[in-house]
Ligand binder design. Sequence first.
Ligand SMILES: [Zn+2]
Length: 283
Amino acid sequence: MAPLASNMGFISSKLFRRLFTCHGYKLFTIHRKVKTMKKFTIIYFAITSLLLVAPNLVMMYYPLPEIGLPINPEDLDYTENRYGIWPYGVRGAENTQHPEGHPGIDFSFSFPAPIYAVCNITVTEIYVNDHQQNVVFAQSSSNPLVYFEFAMGDLVEGTTVGSSFQSGESLGNASVIGPAEDNFYMIHFGVKRQVNMIITQIECPTLYFNDDSLAILGESIWDEGSIMNKSTYVERNEFPYLNNPTGLDFDEHYVWPSYISPIVLIAAIGVIYVLLYLKLRKS
Ligand SMILES: [Zn+2]
């Protein structure tokens, strides 16, 4: 917020007066309408506050859901050209894949393995992307602000937006990747949480997995017998954790462009409103 504060001096300069009050510029003769400005300002802040705070109020009543695994661990494939698991926050070799950090967890298979609902969910969105057959977003039944992403293959017949699945129920199969002679199968699993009424933020699924699931996954490649321990992804020495805190403040870095900008924008407009109001009141 420091840049905004230092801009105040600029706004209160002669230029401001020239822009807003000089030479009878009719558009800005609203100094006679201070009361209207005041009303606008109050309404503006009321709406903005609601937009920013409402989901946090909802969260007080709906704690984060605890989830199971979207896969059967025994289905995973760790052989060459597979990886078993590609964890959260990994940056791909030479920054060609997810230079910002992997926004979810991938699992790999040698056959179209079944994918499971991680808790009770309702499908809110289905679309096709460039390397998975179906990307499904589903809302948690126990917390309306939390959405799970399943980038996968064939869906159970008849699946549409609005379809509900119980925890552990099959959603369909992993998606096929690569040329026909060296097919492998995978799912990208991610979590998004609505943090205000405009923006949803990507979060690490480890914040949601129940204790049993976390024990099976393992916290790092050094957890004996865990999926992480058996994994073979090429970046495993550089990014050894299930939830990699890559770079400086990785999470903040990732969410900054989408999460902070609208808030700074709203705040900046609000500050300009107040300054304008104060100026008009004085003149
Ligand atoms: Zn992925």
